[in-house]
Design a protein around this ligand. Sequence first.
Ligand code: ATP
Length: 250
Amino acid sequence: MTTTAAGPSAADTGTDSLAVTDLTVHYGGVCAVRSVALRVAPGESMGIIGSNGAGKTSTLKALMGLIPRSSGRITLGDTDLSKVRARDMVRHGVGYVPEGRHVFPGLSVEKNLMLGAYHRSWKGETRDTLAHVYDLFPILRDFRSRAAGDLSGGQQQMLAIGRALMSRPRLLLLDEPSMGLSPKLIENVLDILVRLRGEGLGLLLVEQNAKLTFGVTSHCLVMENGSVAMSGTSEELAHDERVRQIYLGL
Ligand code: ATP
């Protein structure tokens, strides 16, 4: 295991990889994220695990440009994402599923989904993407006319993922997708993530649930107090004694 830049393809310079170095975030005088480095290639999945307050959400938000960075180089292929505003990230192929879902409760399921494609002008392509999202989540097709606020927590999570997929991202960032879901629904969401990865999407998954994360990712970072304390393949980490004690409760 290493404590430097981690990723399935640290040696890879693939044109569509996300590459992050020296990502640092301060809230006032407090350093919440310290020199984080990672790499995610297309079709690969990276997890970030850690306890409450470790800096996981701040890392994702800083990547998305939703909070200011003190430093950090962020590229997706040839694009310098550190210069891209949060609202333009989708145009550059980055999808984001925030913690807590943030669906629009008064709008129908389908209107929520269509909001994810707001920047796209070609209606035919959007229709195909919508059909693909409905294939991934048949329940959303069944409930397409229902108000999003009437869905269960798990269904809203599917809607949030579906909405992010409507922009046809190359890279999907997910913040705690398992939060509040039943084990059965967690399994559903994980199956979908594995399928998306198989379709070539890069995944960066932030989770407190280490067991789940190891099951769906190839590589992971362990964050503690804002820093990367450990990194390696998910399999290596799942067998690490300290990880087993602290994060798997074994
Ligand atoms: P959780 O799993 O509980 O969401 P996390 O690993 O995602 O935790 P962050 O939410 O990134 O951790 O928080 C990292 C640190 O930054 C914590 O100490 C937190 O209290 C602090 N923090 C987060 N957001 C803010 C904010 N808006 N202002 C000040 N401090 C913040």
